[in-house]
Design a protein around this ligand. Structure first.
Ligand SMILES: [Zn+2]
Length: 372
């Protein structure tokens, strides 16, 4: 087996580590930064705290990033970087904020718009501004990946873009920042972590370093998500979920995600289901599907996580979905045939080909028909 491993992001992990922002900006010789965040962090005073920690080096704030960042938001961010000749970017927020900041840190050095690259296959320029990523949810792990997912409502697409230049320079992962995440968001982002780990493990591109990280992350998510959901102030559970998120991120960046993520994109685009919840909608289906089609890695993963077989792992995850109020089927959407067809076609995303067992259109149809 031939494989490569690279991980270019320096990771600073721990409670209270947000204070390292000051020295990290100094290391970059940053003097004219942009903070990318959400209106909520501005309102709650967190943006002001970041500006204070930056010692006056952050001179611009962009706080209009939505939960599924759009190409327009990314372009607005790029314009601020371009017009003010910024020299570094700090992203404070969940995956949406960090994804938007990462793409803008590259496009801001060009005259290009995000639509030039999203879904076009055009090569993304490698030059980019340094990024300090500070995640406030345990979910996408965008702080350690080279992926940026943007939505283009005009073309009806939500799609990931990959570029080596999207890797942040440094990730400051401070679990204390996740203490105030409300229960539903804790659950949706937590299932994203779990899916990253499981899909990384069984991806056709799996390799031993990432697989080891995937098992570690899946174990942490399976044993801490319920507690973080029920008792948001449990710092140990939050710390474990933050560790799960980062290690799952490292686990899937190279092997890439597979079937559950491929199906999540149309579930989010067409029905507005949050990313992690959308991934959780099909993960147990694919655990059973892969196991029933002879995929040994899913059985191996179940054993490594302490389950008798893949079915037991799927049942455990279904139990967790129920306990955390996740959607269990699509009945409430009353989908018509056109919508069903759109879901099926939208799920034929390139990541579907990373599933260890080929998934046909008929397989997708049967799965969605069992959910409506
Ligand atoms: Zn994800």
């Amino acid at each position: 087996m031939n494989w490569e491993y690279v991980q270019p992001v320096r990771i600073i992990f721990g409670n209270g580590q947000i204070k390292k922002l000051t020295s990290e900006i100094a290391k970059l010789n940053g003097s004219n930064g942009l903070l990318v965040t959400t209106a909520g962090f501005v309102r709650r005073g967190m943006a002001a705290r970041i500006l204070q920690l930056s010692g006056g080096t952050i001179k611009q704030v962009y706080s209009a990033v939505s939960p599924n960042p759009t190409v327009e938001e990314c372009d607005n961010c790029s314009s601020i970087l371009r017009d003010n000749q910024c020299d570094f970017v700090v992203a404070l927020g969940g995956g949406s904020v960090i994804d938007c900041a990462k793409a803008a840190a590259t496009f801001g050095l060009t005259s290009c718009a995000a639509t030039d690259f999203l879904g076009t296959g055009k090569a993304i320029p490698q030059q980019h501004l340094p990024i300090i990523a500070m995640p406030t949810t345990s979910g996408t792990a965008s702080e350690v990946t080279c992926v940026s997912v943007l939505s283009d409502h005009n073309r009806g697409i939500k799609s990931p873009m990959n570029s080596y230049g999207f890797y942040p320079t440094v990730a400051i992962v401070d679990p204390e920042l996740t203490l105030t995440v409300p229960p539903h968001l804790t659950a949706t982002t937590g299932f994203d972590v779990l899916c990253h780990a499981i899909e990384a493990y069984w991806s056709v591109n799996h390799q031993p370093v990432c697989s080891t990280l995937a098992v570690h992350a899946a174990h942490l998510a399976l044993t801490n998500l319920r507690q973080a959901y029920k008792h948001g102030d449990d710092l140990a559970a939050r710390e474990n979920m933050a560790e799960a998120s980062v290690t799952a991120g490292l686990a899937f960046t190279l092997p890439k995600t597979t079937s559950a993520h491929a199906c999540s994109y149309p579930l989010t685009n067409l029905l507005g289901i949050a990313h992690g919840e959308a991934c959780a909608m099909t993960i147990t289906h694919f655990i059973r599907f892969n196991a029933n089609h002879g995929c040994e890695r899913v059985v191996q993963l179940a054993h490594k996580l302490g389950y008798e077989d893949a079915e037991a792992l799927a049942n455990a995850i279904d139990g967790m979905r129920e306990d955390t109020g996740m959607l269990l089927d699509l009945k409430s959407f009353h989908l018509d045939n056109t919508q069903l067809e759109q879901l099926i076609q939208g799920s034929k995303h390139p990541n579907l080909r990373n599933n260890p067992v080929p998934v046909s259109e008929q397989d997708l149809r049967e799965m969605y028909e069992s959910m409506i």
